[in-house]
Design a protein around this ligand. Structure first.
Ligand SMILES: NC(=O)c1ccc[n+]([C@@H]2O[C@H](COP(=O)([O-])OP(=O)(O)OC[C@H]3O[C@@H](n4cnc5c(N)ncnc54)[C@H](O)[C@@H]3O)[C@@H](O)[C@H]2O)c1
Length: 269
């Protein structure tokens, strides 16, 4: 039985519960963080039903609120088991379906700086604050693995023509937001910095760059993405679980500062 705790941010979204399951399956206790109270409750209850022997605690919080995270950290530091894993997964990750209506405001020419700052604040600064607060906790025990969830958009720029039915850039109405690209590229920088900064304290830090997951995308969008993926399909939401286990455990003991890309080959082209 492991006596270690993994913290997962954005635990109530699409992939958070998958990361949580992966870690519960290798006997980590779980701390789930999310800003969405009702979804977090549901996820926590579902996990508790599935993993009866796992200690699961959740905290509703905004990862950009440092004081709030410090309070949570103080509570966690009193737990019997120690935090050895942090998954920085929370992000503003607008699904293209939810961007309808954003239209011209998603263009660089019109991009609202407040929107941009908010995206960078959550996706990048929030991840940094979690590193600062929970990483500091790990350094006390001289053991830890931080995993920053990146994207194929941490490697390449979005091909915006994907978002048009006829793959014509001139016809794109809703662009993938630049705030997402900026923050997801910067997550790789954060990963490299933290990996060297804390290596001597036993903390490893890696990024996991994911490709698009199959969900309720409109058929045309799915078709357009698949054309750009050498494996000719989108990821299933459970296909990153083994990578999470690998990066969280001693199986990756000689790996730090790296980006593990799992995107069906999309960023190879
Ligand atoms: N889904 C994909 O296809 C895909 C592809 C590549 C990378 N990713 C990355 O994977 C991660 C998870 O993606 P997802 O699809 O599950 O996203 P999601 O939008 O479904 O979930 C994100 C979660 O983060 C939470 N959150 C947002 N702002 C927060 C804040 N300030 N404080 C605390 N929690 C906050 C949300 O409430 C939500 O539950 C993200 O980092 C995303 O960039 C996802």
């Amino acid at each position: 039985m492991k006596s270690e705790i993994a913290i997962i941010t954005g635990a109530a979204g699409l992939l958070g519960p998958q990361h949580a399951e992966a870690l519960a399956e290798i006997n980590f206790d779980l701390i789930l963080l999310d800003i969405n109270k009702s979804k977090l409750n549901t996820v926590e209850n579902n996990l508790k039903l599935k993993f009866k022997n796992t200690n699961i605690t959740s905290f509703v919080c905004d990862i950009t609120n440092e004081n709030n995270l410090k309070k949570i950290s103080k509570k966690i530091s009193k737990f019997k088991n120690k935090v050895t894993v942090l998954i920085n997964n929370a992000a503003i990750n607008p699904k293209m379906t939810s961007l309808r209506g954003r239209g011209k405001s998603s263009m660089v020419e019109n991009y609202n700086i407040k929107t941009l700052k908010n995206e960078v604040d959550v996706n990048l600064i929030g991840s940094f604050i979690c590193c600062k607060v929970f990483g500091s906790l790990m350094t006390k025990n001289k053991k830890g693995s931080i995993i920053n969830i990146a994207s194929d958009l941490s490697i390449n720029a979005p091909d915006q023509s994907v978002y048009s039915k006829y793959e014509k850039i001139e016809k794109v109405k809703n662009f993938k937001p630049i705030g997402y690209s900026l923050s997801k590229f910067a997550i790789i920088g954060l990963t490299k910095y933290i990996s060297t900064y804390w290596a001597h304290k036993g903390i490893r830090c890696n990024a996991l760059a994911l490709g698009a997951v199959r969900k309720n995308q409109p058929a045309f969008l799915r078709k357009n993405i698949i054309k750009r993926v050498p494996l000719r399909r989108l990821a299933e939401e459970n296909e990153y679980k083994k990578a999470i286990c690998f990066l969280s455990s001693d199986d990756s003991s000689y790996m730090t500062g790296s980006t593990l890309i799992i995107d069906g080959g999309r960023s190879t082209w």
